[in-house]
Design a protein around this ligand. Structure first.
Ligand code: ADP
Ligand code: MG
Ligand code: MG
Length: 936
């Protein structure tokens, strides 16, 4: 709590529970702001908890109370009915609010007006609904007019209420109201809302009410308490509107949480020119720079700023227009930041020169800004390094190394807007969210171009590479959402004139139609015609610093999956401590090598095969030399050939087609001589290949002759690979490059497979290294990816120096499903319907696959204490899976180069959250899972 004491000076300590609710009814559905604090987010929602925290710190928050998330859950549990006692508690909290404000809800002369605001546990900006000015009706509006001496203001509030109510409670589309508003503005000759006179608003209110009656067959409710009840219910319902559901899914927010409802006395930014409303970030959410950043509008209410009704003024303008307000805003911002020890996103309203705070929350920020802010907060002494690391949103790291536009590129810049979310994106222009989604699903990269995005567009933003809007400021919906998702965004680009009917936008002389290429640079605001080749972004100084801190914390090592020297070099740049997986088949697939590979496969005799392998040997050798040099003394794990051989041959249909074509040509051509001979020759080759393809055909290649099964049947292949490894090692050693080769055998299921292959590898090493064997310390180990290998890990460890858990295959085989088939078909359905908590190919299944790993780890270490263990495969770059790897006591994870920074941070977070990992085998103890530890 801010000052360590509850400040209740405004109205005594009475909250709902203590203020005369009949005994028995006090189920505790309602808490006054004085009763809450920032730690009560689960109960009060983020908004409610922070309003309470600020209230208790004595900050100027209009008083109010919060209906708990539990009430929302109860509402849904009752099948959409308000739980017993809720309205009674609400009424009595309202009485208390009336006392504080000296006004009465629904009173004709001196009415209290309230806002009814949604507020979920995890912030979901703009996804749910809020209604302002509740309590206005045909009578009270006159009371407000009289009390304020401002009739125009009173009816402005009223028309806003009827519109919001019509939309949120009765489900009438906003556009219906907007149309009436435009008509009215035309009639009254008003350019802006603020030009509309009181008479105009009165007329509009009548038309709005008629619209509601016409659409719903019932009138806009005149009873203030009925308004309140309907508003509360509507906010509960908004938890389950489409956009909120999509947002939760994307952000992995549980559907069960429910939203709280905040009922708060209104303050008015629309009472005149010494009033206004705005949003301010305590630091720049795009760059992280420490300056107030935000926007406001004078004489406006609530959502005008975010809704893009008028383009708001930058907050710096407020310093000129209302210097006192600006100064107190600055002081408040500083204070909130120190209190929350984080950058804040604040909503404020100014009523006749007095500042009120309506919301504060941790500000959403770009990945770049997040890194800068974390480092700055540590350097300002507000956070420790550990706290800074623990707070990093892992998703951000994913985005940080997102592409940028290379310097010095010649670009056709057609317009410039606000640089709202950094990074560059290139794709084809689309003008609505549904099309964006459909085209993205068809595999096209799209840029969503909109006048202004609304929360309904969220699926389009999600599908797009980037977003371009012609209206709205840096705090507009598009900007906030894009930053949150790490998508590049340019907004408020007024030069871009969008014509939705023609499905094109014009900027200067340029016309860009739907389906044409466009690029945006969210760091500079540039909009560029055509496609741009993007380059990977550099690591910022801040990120480098955070990574260094993380390295000081983590115990889990991080290696890279890399198959060529360029990736290996990139991996080192990102801090890889070795190569955990080098897939040699990728080297086989290079176009210049494929002929030799095919020759090897088609060979009819061992001699022929060896001849082909001799051609491959120097190629493999030079690959490995490149890897060793790039890793310069760090371990390099080389996996021997894994996939089935048919993958290197053309497919049967293709071959049949070519044979048919060639035979037809042969039949048609009457020629003899060289050309015909050539054709006959290639026909024979194709037919031989087809025979081979047929003979290699497997009903289920995933479970067929691949991995070490191939190596056992054709040991010459692995011999050649091993020879290439040791030859490369020798060359490097002679150059003075330290090498630590680790030869890895894939898909072992039985120890005999490994024993057989290990012996051959050792023999090859002996032969190649000869007298220099002492200088080259190598390891021979295995993938653990067949459940049987995991179960018999104790035996397998006798022949293995290391285990690398191939969690992709291990997951496939443990679940008994192939990833390609599963993801395309049932797996998405399973996750959507919550049969599975997540896709086990993305996040390691702790309860199943994880148990196999833990078992194998303990058996393996018991047999061979110095056994090195790690995970390769995509899970090695997934934060939750990394937590598991740390907890299980594995030595390392290995992931793709671009995920290495992420893995380094996640490993540090795991250490901070879970403490030092157990060292399996060092202390004799049970595997952790048998002690009932659960996934979290
Ligand atoms: P959202 O989650 O969409 O931001 P809010 O509940 O925060 O919804 O409210 C929408 C807008 O109305 C915000 O600009 C907020 O500051 C404003 N607002 C909410 N309650 C009040 C109030 N009691 N007085 C004045 N403005 C309010
Ligand atoms: Mg809203
Ligand atoms: Mg808000």
């Amino acid at each position: 709590m801010i000052d360590g004491k509850a400040n209740t000076s405004r109205g005594g300590t009475a909250g709902a529970g203590e203020s005369g609710i009949p005994a028995g009814a006090g189920a505790g559905w309602v808490k006054s702001f004085e009763q809450g604090n920032a730690g009560m987010k689960a109960e009060l929602g983020g908004k409610g908890a922070n309003l309470a925290e600020m209230t208790n710190a004595g900050l100027p928050v209009p008083p109010g109370f919060t209906i708990t998330t539990e009430a929302c859950r109860a509402y849904y549990a009752c099948g959409g009915m308000l739980p017993d006692g809720l309205m009674a508690e609400t009424e009595s909290a309202l009485r208390e609010l009336e006392r504080k404000q000296g006004k009465t809800f629904g009173d004709a002369a001196n009415p209290l007006l309230v806002s009814v605001r949604s507020g979920s546990v995890t912030s979901m900006p703009g996804m749910m609904d809020t209604i302002l000015n509740v309590g206005l009706n045909d009578e009270t509006v006159r009371g407000v007019a009289a009390a304020s001496g401002n009739e125009r203001f009173a009816y402005d509030c009223y028309r806003r209420l009827v519109q919001m109510f019509g939309n949120v409670v009765f489900g009438i589309e906003p556009i219906r109201f907007e149309k009436l508003l435009h008509e009215l503005k035309r009639e009254t000759g008003s350019e802006h809302d603020r030009d509309v006179p009181a008479e105009g608003w009165k007329r509009l209110v009548d038309r709005y009410k008629a619209l509601i009656t016409g659409e719903c067959g019932k009138p806009f409710p005149q009873s203030a308490s009925e308004q309140l009840r309907l508003a509360v219910e509507a906010v509960f319902r908004s938890w389950n509107n489409q956009r909120a559901k999509v947002y939760r899914k994307v952000n992995r927010i549980p559907d069960e949480q429910g939203t709280a409802v905040n009922v708060q006395a209104m303050v008015f930014g629309n009472k005149g020119d010494d009033c206004g409303t705005g949003v301010v970030f305590t630091r720049n959410p795009s760059t992280g720079e420490k300056t107030l950043f935000g926007e406001y509008l004078t004489n406006a209410q609530g959502e005008d700023v975010v809704a893009g009704v008028r383009t708001p003024l930058p907050i710096a303008e407020l310093a000129r227009q209302m210097p006192d307000v600006y100064a107190s805003l600055q002081r408040t911002a500083e204070r909130l930041e120190r209190h929350y020890r984080d950058m804040q996103d604040i909503e404020f309203t100014v009523e006749h020169g007095k500042l009120y705070l309506l919301q504060t929350r941790g500000g959403k920020r770009s990945a770049q800004a997040a890194m800068k802010i974390s480092v700055d907060l540590v350097e300002e002494g507000l956070l420790t390094r550990e706290e800074a690391i623990a707070r990093i949103e892992i998703g951000h790291l994913d985005q940080l190394l997102h592409p940028a536009i290379p310097e010095g590129e010649r670009l056709d810049v057609v317009a410039t807007g606000l640089p709202a979310s950094p990074g560059a994106a290139t794709g084809i222009a689309v003008f609505d969210a549904d099309t964006a989604e459909a085209w993205a699903r068809a595999g096209r990269r799209v840029i969503l171009v909109r006048a202004e995005t609304t929360p309904e567009d969220i699926h389009g933003v999600l599908a797009a590479e980037g977003v371009l809007t012609s209206r709205g400021g840096m705090t507009s919906h598009a900007a906030v959402v894009a930053r949150g998702m790490g998508k590049p965004c340019v907004c408020g680009c007024e030069e871009a004139r969008i014509d939705l009917d023609a499905r094109e936008f014009r900027a200067g002389d340029a016309v860009i139609r739907e389906g044409e290429a466009v690029s945006i640079d969210g760091s500079s605001g540039r909009v560029i015609r055509g496609e741009v080749q993007l380059r990977a972004a550099d690591m910022s100084a801040e990120l480098a610093k955070l990574l260094e801190w993380a390295d000081g914390i983590r115990t889990l090592r991080v290696a890279a999956n890399a198959d060529n020297p360029a990736d290996a070099a990139k991996a080192r740049e990102f801090g890889a401590e070795g190569i955990g997986l080098c897939r040699t088949e990728h080297m086989f697939l290079a176009p210049d090598r494929l002929p030799a590979v095919r020759e090897m496969i088609l060979a009819e005799t061992k001699r022929e095969r060896e001849a082909a392998l001799a051609k491959l040997l120097p190629m493999q050798r030079s690959d490995f030399e490149g890897m060793f040099r790039a890793m310069d003394g760090l371990p390099v794990t080389i996996r021997l050939l894994d996939p089935p051989l048919h993958e290197f041959l053309p497919n049967a249909d293709e071959l049949r087609q070519r044979i048919a074509e060639l035979s037809a040509e042969n039949a048609a051509a009457a020629d003899v001589g060289a050309a015909a001979n050539d054709r006959r020759e290639s026909l024979r080759e194709l037919e031989a290949m087809l025979r081979k393809v047929r003979s290699l055909h497997e009903a289920n290649p995933m479970l067929g002759q691949r991995g070490c099964r191939l190596g056992v049947l054709f040991p010459e292949i692995y011999d050649m690979q091993a020879e290439a490894v040791f030859l490369a090692a020798l060359t490097c050693l002679r150059e003075g490059v330290a090498v630590v080769p680790e030869v890895m055998v894939p898909l072992v299921g039985h120890v005999n497979e490994l024993r057989f292959l290990r012996e051959r590898i050792e023999r090859t090493a002996e032969r190649v290294l000869g007298g220099e064997a002492d200088r080259c310390r190598f390891k021979v180990g295995t993938m653990i990816e067949v459940p049987r290998a995991a179960l018999t890990a104790g035996q397998i460890a006798e022949c293995a120096d290391f285990f690398s858990f191939g969690t992709n295959d291990l997951t496939q085989m443990t679940y008994g499903c192939s990833r390609d088939d599963a993801e395309g078909k049932f797996l998405t359905h399973y996750v959507d319907h919550k049969l599975l908590p997540h896709n086990p190919f993305q996040t390691l299944d702790r309860e199943g696959v994880g148990r196999l790993i833990e078992w194998a780890l303990h058996q393996g270490k018991a047999a061979r204490r110095e056994l090195k263990t790690g995970v390769c495969g995509e899970h090695g770059g997934d934060p939750q899976s990394i937590f598991f790897c740390h907890a299980a006591g594995l030595d390392y994870v290995s992931c793709s180069p671009y995920r290495i920074p992420l893995a380094r941070i996640a490993a540090a977070q795991a250490r901070l959250a879970l403490g030092t990992a157990p060292r399996p085998g060092e202390a004799e103890r049970e595997p952790a899972w048998t002690a009932g530890r659960d996934a979290s």
